[in-house]
Write a protein that binds this ligand. Structure first.
Ligand code: NAI
Ligand code: MG
Length: 486
């Protein structure tokens, strides 16, 4: 299967003001297939002039047809986009498999999730209410929820369709116009999304997609004085730069910066239920998931059994070409492979390997494959138990009791998600209260999932909430109107 078979638009152009254009600088960036290392196409390398044109187009949309639409009309357009995404779900999944190296069964899930985000926000668009506030006699006071205006949305390469869905979907529902900057390693599905927006009749300028490098197009977008809100998902370092850029224009930012999320497994839990999730919640997308459960904290009474059963699952894990739909595909880029391999090398020198999976024989040497590796008996302060690896690597950490589990779980700079596995209801509630994270799963774990569920972090995992209804509050500002009756 080649890219040409599934693309129905020219990926070397950018989408501004409702039309496809060549980037001002005329340069392109190669698109590589991570499964084979082959160059399979090219995208435009957008620069300052393109970002500027996109921001101006978005402002024009706010002042024009898009800004005048009712919430119901915006919802209908989002619903239409959702329907087209579903019609194109298989093509979108194949595009993502070829561009990002995501196994087909996972990229199909991503295209369905994109449709679902658009559907959810379509329904929510005209249910976003203000409040009336009791005040002094002779006054009526109410609040309006207004869009910020032009939203800059910078997304990473790991779940392009899901992350653009939750960002652009919520931003549009709330009435903003968007400039989307996808990651240079994974831009094709965002361009497909632009074409779908065009087909659905989104007014010119409400959705703009500028591809390019983070340090060029991304940096210019985050610094642009015409942007009123920035939503970013990606690394801590880039998140800090974006927050600093936003500070210069005094605009709000939502940052989702990944984590080092723990599963916390108590002696009394239902191990049969937990086992596949303990591994799957990290191996999904080969560990390149912000909410990957990369630490597995296990109470001493079941530690040996969990280690043995996880090792058994690991030995059956295979990494292979994305279109083969194996448990794992390759990593997105050579850079990511080097980064993850350097963690694995440290682990092999300093830690105990409990088990590892295999790279299949049909996986090209030029692809970005790494084997899944499980390390056992890891000290909570070891580098591999502290830093985000963003690859198929988990560490097993034993603990004695609830207090120690909490200390270890809360003992990193991050705080995105935690999973708690126990049948004890009181303990479930205590843990949920005391875990310093944005989301707690009790006897389940939803890495990346849950369109309806507010999602975001504490600490270096970021701030602000994506997904669910909560995201709509982030994409709006409140205006208070105080009316005197006299
Ligand atoms: P990154 O944070 O540099 O890239 C994410 C997005 O930001 C891309 O669209 C990129 O073009 C853009 N960008 C880069 N520099 C920018 C700048 N100066 N101004 C504005 N935009 C900029 O992440 P990268 O280098 O691709 O991955 C490195 C590590 O980041 C990963 O190993 C992982 O630990 C973490 N990460 C976390 C993600 C999450 O889901 N929270 C997603 C991707 C990466
Ligand atoms: Mg690619």
């Amino acid at each position: 299967m080649s890219l040409k078979d599934v693309l129905w638009f020219d990926p070397r152009r950018i989408f501004i003001d409702g039309e496809w254009r060549n980037a001002a600088g005329g340069q392109t960036i190669d698109v590589e297939n991570p499964s084979t290392g082959e160059v399979i196409g090219a995208i435009a390398r957008g620069s300052s002039a393109d970002v500027d044109a996109a921001v101006r187009a978005a402002q024009k949309a706010m002042d024009g047809e898009w800004g005048r639409m009712t919430a119901t009309e915006r919802g209908r357009i989002l619903m239409k986009m959702s329907a087209i995404v579903l019609e194109r779900a298989d093509d979108l999944a194949m595009i993502e498999a070829l561009d990002v190296g995501k196994p087909l069964h996972q990229s199909k899930n991503d295209s369905r999730a994109l449709a679902r985000y658009l559907e959810f926000y379509a329904g929510a668009a005209d249910k976003l209410f203000g409040t009336t506030i009791p005040y002094q006699n002779g006054f009526t006071v109410y609040t309006l929820r207004e869009p910020h205006g032009v939203a800059g949305i910078i997304i990473p390469w790991n779940y392009p369709m899901q992350i653009l869905g939750r960002g652009v979907g919520a931003a549009l529902a709330a009435g903003n116009a968007c400039v989307l900057k996808p990651a240079e390693d994974a831009s094709l599905s965002s361009l497909a999304f632009a074409e779908i927006a065009r087909e659905a009749g989104v007014p010119a300028g409400a959705v703009n997609v500028v591809t390019g490098l983070g340090t060029e197009a991304g940096a210019v977008l985050s610094e642009h004085p015409g942007i009123h809100h920035i939503s970013f998902t990606g690394s801590v370092g880039t998140g800090m730069r974006i927050q600093a850029a936003a500070a210069r224009n005094v605009v709000p930012v939502t940052l989702e910066l990944g984590g080092k999320s723990p599963h916390i497994v108590f002696d009394d839990c239902d191990l049969d239920k937990a086992m596949p999730t303990l591994v799957g919640a990290c191996m999904q997308n080969a560990g390149q998931t912000c909410s990957a459960a990369s630490r597995v904290l296990v109470q001493r009474g079941v530690y040996e059994e969990v280690k043995r059963r996880m090792a058994e699952i690991y030995r059956g894990l295979e990494a292979g070409p994305a279109v083969g739909s194996h448990a794992l595909g390759p990593l997105v880029s050579r850079k990511q492979k080097q980064l993850v391999s350097s963690f694995i090398d440290i682990g092999r020198k300093e830690l105990t390997v409990a088990a590892e999976g295999v790279i299949r024989d049909d996986a090209s040497d030029a692809g970005n494959y790494v084997p899944p590796v499980l390390f056992a008996d890891v000290s909570p302060d070891h580098k591999l138990a502290q830093e985000e690896i963003f690859g198929p690597v988990q560490v097993l950490i034993p603990f004695e009791d609830e207090d120690e589990a909490l200390k270890i779980a809360n003992g990193t700079e991050y705080g995105l998600v935690a999973g708690v596995w126990t049948k004890d209801g009181g303990r479930q509630m205590r843990m949920a209260r005391k875990l310093e994270v944005g989301q707690v799963f009790i006897n389940n774990y939803g890495a990346g999932g849950g369109i309806e569920l507010p999602f975001g972090g504490v600490g270096k995992s970021g701030h602000g909430r994506e997904k669910g209804f909560e995201a709509l509050y982030g994409f709006t500002r409140v205006k208070t109107v105080t009316a005197s009756h006299g």
